[in-house]
Structures are given as structure tokens and as C-alpha cells.
Design a protein around this ligand. Structure first.
Ligand code: C5P
Length: 256
């Protein structure tokens, strides 16, 4: 008599392995909600209920709608990456980090170029919190090419500048970075397994690159050491966002 599938250990382990990898992928995919209004953002987030866990809310949406835009997502159990890239004097950034943490976000970021004192103040602002958000540093914006860097007096190459800023951030106690797929492997070497590396510019194989230049597929980015992938338009502008996200999750699960 054949063994029923659910009692067959080979079947059970392969199946649970797959669903385990899918859950792990879900914990590591962040959907960029780059929408101008709460209505649009909520519509996208609603369409991804049960499929995606993390959403990134950036300057456009947060400036238009304020913290209230986060509430429905937080109530639903979603996690939020508040992408406001703080960059100011240490005291002001520390206050902003405390305010963001109080909103209940799971990740937030600062510009590493704010310098060691600002980074240390940002880090210290989270001390003592029971469940602090992950603090990420942005090294070089990917929009900064050689011409843009020269214009602000930076003479190092981009890779060297990224390394300098990353080492400085780590010395201030920051282990998380937002980085492009071109930098992720080098940053993983620098941070070791403790590093939390968040990589945007992800395009599923065969999809349009749109305006992104330094792109990788989900599988490539994970293999190079990404902890989290940020994906916006390939999901949010798809005719079926849930299906587009599911396909990305499957690709991630296979690479994990
Ligand atoms: O739609 P797309 O997948 O290109 O969105 C990527 C998201 O990641 C956007 O919110 C974009 O601002 C952000 N981002 C990026 N490149 C960086 C830093 C952030 O694309 N270097």
C-alpha cells in the first residue's frame, strides 16, 4: 500500500523546507510604497495582504500624509522601513530617531555622511529600547556618479568612499546599511554575518530595469550577501501585485 503523502517523511521534509524558505523570503522582502497619497499606498498594501510583510515608506508619502499613513499597516501586523535618511546635527538626528522608533517602525535610516558624532547620537538614541528598530546607514546615494561626487569635493572613487563611510558607521556601532547590488558583496566582507544589508535596485529576471542602473535579480542579490531586498515598481505597478510579489518570493526562496 503506498504511503499517504502526509506520512511520507521525504515528502513532509521537502514540503516544509519549501514553506520554510518561503517564510524566510517573506521576512526578507521589503515593498517600496512610493505613492503620493495614503489612498494609493493603502490600496497597494491591501492588495499584498498575507503576501508581503514589510513596506518601505519614504519621504514623498510620509511628507504628504504624516505618521497616520503607517497606522493601518502597523495594525495589520506589517513591518515598516521608514526611509527618511536623517542628516542633521547630532542632537536633532537623535530626536528624530527617537520619534521614529516611537511610531513603531522596524527599520529607519540616516546618512553616514552626517559624520561619526551624528551616527553615534543616532545609535545612542535607541539604547534602552525593548525592541529597537534596525538602524541603517546610507553610504553613497546611487545617484552620485563621479561628476556629482567631484562637484561636492569628493575625490575618492565611489567604492573607496563607500568603504570609508561604512567603516566609520561601524565604529559608531551601526551594523546596517542600505547599499546597491554592486556594493553588497564588499560590505558583507566588511560587516561579516552581523551586517544587515538592505539592497534596492532589484529586478526579477526579464523585467524592465526602468530608471535603475545598478540592478540585480533577487537571487543574485541574496547570493551576494543581501539580508533584505527592496522592490518597488516591479510589484506595485504590476497588473497583479500579489502575483508579482509571489513570483519574487519564490525566486528568493529558491536562492535561500
Ligand atoms: O521601484 P524600484 O524597485 O526601483 O524602487 C526602489 C526603491 O528603493 C525606491 O524607493 C528608491 O527610492 C529606493 N532606493 C533605490 N536606490 C538607492 C536607495 C534607495 O532605488 N540607492
Amino acid at each position: 500500500m503506498p504511503i499517504p503523502e502526509r506520512l511520507n517523511p521525504t515528502f513532509v521534509s521537502a514540503q516544509s523546507l519549501r514553506s520554510g524558505a518561503l517564510e524566510e523570503a517573506r521576512r526578507r522582502l521589503i515593498v517600496a510604497l512610493d505613492a503620493p497619497s495614503a489612498e494609493m499606498a493603502t490600496r497597494i498594501a491591501d492588495s499584498l495582504t498575507g503576501v508581503c510583510q514589510w513596506f518601505k515608506v519614504g519621504m514623498e508619502l510620509f511628507t504628504a500624509e504624516g505618521p497616520a499613513v503607517l497606522e493601518p499597516m502597523l495594525k495589520r501586523g506589517n513591518r515598516i522601513f521608514l526611509d527618511l535618511k536623517f542628516h542633521d546635527i547630532p542632537n536633532t538626528v537623535a530626536g528624530a530617531v527617537r520619534s521614529a522608533a516611537a511610531l513603531g517602525v522596524g527599520m529607519l535610516n540616516v546618512h553616514a555622511a552626517g559624520g561619526p558624532a551624528m551616527l553615534a547620537a543616532a545609535r545612542a538614541a535607541l539604547d534602552g529600547l525593548a525592541d529597537p528598530p534596525e538602524l541603517l546607514a546610507v553610504t553613497m546615494l546611487t545617484s552620485m556618479d563621479a561628476g556629482q561626487m567631484n562637484a561636492i569635493g569628493l575625490e575618492r572613487g565611489a567604492a573607496e568612499q563607500v568603504e570609508l563611510l561604512a567603516r566609520m558607521s561601524m565604529a559608531a556601532g551601526i551594523r546596517g546599511f542600505v547599499c546597491s547590488s554592486l556594493e553588497v558583496a564588499a560590505l558583507r566582507v566588511l560587516t561579516g554575518p552581523e551586517g544587515v544589508l538592505v539592497v534596492p535596485g532589484i529586478r526579477p529576471a526579464g523585467s524592465e530595469t526602468l530608471d535603475q542602473r545598478r540592478i540585480a535579480t533577487p537571487a543574485e542579490a541574496l547570493r551576494q550577501g543581501a539580508s533584505y531586498l527592496v522592490v518597488g515598481r516591479p510589484i506595485t505597478q504590476a497588473s497583479d501585485p500579489a502575483e508579482a510579489a509571489s513570483a519574487i518570493l519564490r525566486e528568493m526562496a529558491e536562492a535561500l
